[in-house]
Design a protein. Structure first.
Ligand code: SF4
Ligand code: SF4
Length: 100
């Protein structure tokens, strides 16, 4: 899949985040780090920024998606039911692979 299509898919999903933080407290990344950015919400936020052209967040974003263990705990808690693993984490990992 071309990278622009992947990014459009990411943007369409990430834009639905209402920033409620319901996913954060249960995300293993946050539980281990206690840093806001290291959480499902952080991934979704940075994914959105990257998808709208903020290329400077790429390095951190790829670090975050590589750390995600794809447990889907975030998806269970997410009120708008964002498909964080399949529509955000996996496409961004694929994008990272294409860029290598
Ligand atoms: S799937 Fe990833 S982002 Fe979601 S709770 Fe698990 S580690 Fe966190
Ligand atoms: S639970 Fe869903 S809507 Fe709320 S901050 Fe997390 S990703 Fe965004």
């Amino acid at each position: 899949m071309p990278s622009d299509v992947l990014l459009e898919q990411v943007q369409n999903e990430a834009i639905r985040c209402v920033n409620c933080g319901m996913c954060k407290a249960i995300c293993p990344l946050f539980l281990a780090s206690r840093e806001d950015l290291y959480s499902a919400r952080g991934i979704v936020f940075y994914a959105y920024l990257y998808s709208i052209g903020k290329r400077e967040v790429l390095q951190k974003l790829l670090e975050l998606v590589r750390m995600c263990i794809m447990c889907r705990c975030c998806e269970v808690r997410c009120p708008p039911r964002i498909k964080i693993v399949d529509k955000i984490v996996r496409p961004l990992r694929k994008l990272a692979y294409q860029k290598q």
